[in-house]
Write a protein that binds this ligand. Structure first.
Ligand SMILES: [Ca+2]
Ligand SMILES: [Ca+2]
Length: 272
């Protein structure tokens, strides 16, 4: 009986492997870490919006979007707490406020919420990777799966490594509407840590949306692709390296000893 059960399990596993779409995987080296994961939760990423007047004629590729970012200051900035920007109208009449939802409250300048052009967006900061997030305990790396859906194209980099390119196949025209079900990748981290993260996204014209999912638990479901946990949780994202990093106990002792020594020298100098 157990032999039959084993054979059935193997057959099921083989079928599962066959029907699952191929998913790219990338290795994120330990050297890409910017530091240890802090004890406190993150508050999101830095968001930058670049209005592109006449983008109807000029925006076609990720390289075009990178060019806009390199040549301009952002039209407005904001704190990106939830990278699920789904205004729902889909007819090109959305304002920046419609697109950003609650995050529009942090727009600087706020007046930009009332209008929009073709656009380029950049999100940057850090993502916390801890051993408990590993979705494949059979391998030593911390494996975390990501997915993005966007209108038009987008790109996810972690630790400087391209994890996802969500774009059409023509290198000269990458426009399109892309489902998160079709753009998934597993990032395999060599070590726990806080890793630089960047998403660049652009909209040529008309409908617009961005949805960023992962296997990291802690956020509500929102049209989440099967097998993923939800939108990337705000608490896993940090806009900057922690300024008030808590020193290790050993270095606290060293600091205290150093301060005591300094005070001692000052006292001795005064006395002298
Ligand atoms: Ca693993
Ligand atoms: Ca569009």
């Amino acid at each position: 009986m157990w032999r039959f059960a084993l054979a059935a399990a193997v057959a099921l596993a083989v079928c599962w492997a066959v029907v699952q779409p191929a998913r790219a995987g990338v290795l994120i080296p330990a050297s890409a870490s910017a530091g240890p994961v802090p004890a406190f939760s993150g508050t999101g990423l830095n968001g930058s919006y670049y209005a592109v007047p006449n983008g109807f004629n000029t925006l076609r590729t990720m390289a075009d979007a990178d060019g806009v970012i390199a040549a301009n200051s952002p039209t407005a900035t904001f704190r990106a707490t939830r990278l699920y920007y789904q205004p729902g109208l889909g007819d090109g009449s959305e304002t920046i406020g419609d697109i950003l939802g609650a995050d529009a409250a942090t727009l600087d300048p706020p007046s930009v919420a009332n209008t929009r052009d073709s656009s380029v967006w950049r999100f940057d900061g850090y993502i916390a990777i801890t051993p408990d997030l590993d979705i494949d305990r059979a391998t030593p790396e911390i494996d975390v799966e990501f997915a993005i859906g966007s209108d038009d194209a987008s790109r996810l980099r972690i630790g400087g490594v391209e994890v996802l390119l969500v774009a059409g196949p023509d290198p000269n025209d990458q426009r399109g509407v892309f489902s998160a079900n079709d753009f998934r990748a597993t990032a395999s981290f060599e070590a726990a840590g806080l890793y630089p993260v960047e998403i660049v996204w652009w909209d040529w014209y008309g409908g617009i949306y961005l949805r960023w999912y992962s296997s990291i638990p802690g956020s509500p479901d929102a049209d989440t692709p099967a097998g993923l946990a939800g939108i990337v949780p705000t608490g896993s994202l940090y806009p900057s390296l922690p300024l008030a990093a808590v020193p290790e106990p050993a270095s606290v002792g060293l600091l205290a000893a150093g301060a005591a020594g300094l005070i001692g020298r000052r006292l001795r100098r005064r006395a002298g």
